[in-house]
Design a protein around this ligand. Structure first.
Ligand SMILES: [Zn+2]
Length: 101
């Protein structure tokens, strides 16, 4: 090996995962932090794990809430109209009944 060109090699370097698992490997970096490993990756565990670093889940939830409120607004208007129609019909029917009795 040519002297003074190779980085320091650590035989017992540690890789630490966010889930707490620690792996010992050979590396030029003494310690490494990772978000996912074989012990916690959804592909291996079969469990769903959401890493929402860009706040996409919250944004989607906000958008869906806005859409829902718009939809209910139309529904409320329709229901109001139906109630008004019923009230009008009842009002027109009542006087005839009263005059008949
Ligand atoms: Zn892990």
């Amino acid at each position: 090996m040519k002297p003074e060109i190779h980085p320091v090699y650590f035989d017992n370097a540690k890789i630490t995962c966010a889930c707490g698992t620690v792996y010992a490997i050979g590396s030029t970096k003494e310690t490494t932090l990772v978000d996912l490993c074989a012990a916690c990756h959804p592909f291996y565990t079969g469990k769903q794990k959401i890493m929402d670093t860009a706040r996409r889940m919250e944004k989607f939830a906000e958008r869906s809430v806005q859409k829902a409120t718009v939809a209910t607004g139309k529904k409320v208007k329709r229901e109001k109209r139906a109630v008004q129609k019923k009230a009008k019909e009842e009002n027109t029917e009542k006087p005839t009944k009263v005059s008949g009795n």
